[in-house]
Design a protein around this ligand. Sequence first.
Ligand code: NAP
Length: 538
Amino acid sequence: MLPSLRRYHPHVSLITISIQVNDPAEVASAIEQARAAASEGAQLVEWRVDELAVEAAGHKACHALVRDTPMPCILTCRMVEEGGHFGGDESDRVGLVDSLVKAGIAPKYIDVESVAWRRDRDLRMGVGKLLAESECGLVLSTHDFEGRPDDLARQLDVMWAEDDAAVVKVAWMARSIRDSLEGMELLAEAAGPMIVVCMGRFGVMSRVLAGKFGGLLTFASLGEAQTTAPGQLTVDQLRNQYRFDSVSPSTSVFGIMGDPVEHSMSPLLHNTGFDLANFDGVMVPMPVIEGWESFKASLACLLDQPALNFSGLAVTSPHKENLSRFVEEVGGTLTPMVRRCGSANTLVVLPDGSLVADNTDTEGVVGPLRQVMTLKGSKVAMLGAGGAARAAAIGLLLEGAEVVVFNRSEERALALVDDVKARMESPVSIEYQSGGPQSSDGFKAVINMTTLGMDGGPDPSASPLEALGGSAEVLTEQMIVFDAVYSPLETPFVRQASRSGATVITGDAMFLAQAARQFKTWTGATAPMDTWMALLGS
Ligand code: NAP
């Protein structure tokens, strides 16, 4: 007997694996794949039979897929103009449906594109017969692989008005996280069972949060190589990295906001921590492109959705300064460290809706350094002048270190030096030097606060020393070398430092220290450092 749908809780949407079968010879292995997905936690399978629908052998293969399916299934045959691969005409598609009726075989659902449904009377008749003679339900769908359809509201009205539709599905390529938020709003207001898929990197949150808003299902793949749509997660990622089974209407939503955020370890760490602390929360990626306007619009939209239970953000490049500006402009609270740094990496949304911005980066840099050196009176070469560098400089100066700033953009470095000086109550030692460091020059530590060496950053294969015009020769055995980049841990800069014999602090130390403070602020619980270190491979 097939497993019953919604077997956990009514709010849990079904993890649905989409498997494309191109040839009758692939049926057995496709069924095996579905079995493997079921054992990982998938509850529904979509058989994509675009290539099978034409001839009798193909029809037979479709029958076998539906008959032997290890989970309830959706049968989908999408034409080329609908974003699929089916090259036949509508009569071929009707032929497939007729053959199912004749064989007395019916899937749980059959997916038909809304435009085709309205256009073709024979298709409506054929599918209508299948619906009448079995328990099959019609998923009426619309897809846009370019962006949000301009006439989305009209398309939805048409689909909801269709009596035969058991489920309404809408999928589009999200252009920002605001599209995902709109998708979730559509689910929350749905007149019946609904599927919303926002594709692409801006749509990942809509996939994770489908259950929170009552979406019937979310699509996933068995492995990263088998994804059938951009932004699709694997079953394993959904369940183990994003707590999919635990997400419910009451779940508090946190985001990691920046660009890029696809490689961030924050969701894995915080979601694992939420699990261990029995905290009803989930962190999802929220990529937001550079610029104040896009940041402001995205955050305003998040705050404007009461059903989201939006509770906080970890903010990364390039939006840390935007976060402190936003919170100040709306009359929220900036912690003293944010006032000092002029940037924030943590947002807390209090139960009454008021906002607090904090900066935990300072402690992330100073904490690990303090453990291996005396900062007071030590001269530190700092590579970079962005948001993290500013926090690092302030932390170091507050500890009594002397800071020399090296950065690609002289203007930005000089602005950082002036700004930091202006923010400190007493005189401090910070200066800018052009180019990169040429000699050890009394430096006790060299710290990288640029994005160089970072996966998904401007140049993962570059060391900031050479990129700024300096030399690896400056690194010595006596030095402490600190890299803020944590993905990967072994950056070109870290490799240079290891070769020089210096004491190396990799980006995980900073990441763990700042994340632990965020976790405490959001949950009140202590972060599970041992588990986190194991997850980061520290
Ligand atoms: P940001 O504000 O965007 O600053 C980027 C910095 O990198 C700037 O100094 C920029 O120089 C420099 N840079 C970028 N591309 C460059 C290139 N091609 N050549 C030379 N310099 C280049 O970023 P951020 O927020 O400060 O973050 C900096 C790094 O710290 C990131 O890798 C981030 O992941 C890491 N970080 C780690 C943690 C942690 O917990 N481990 C926490 C926070 C940040 P210009 O001024 O010339 O553009």
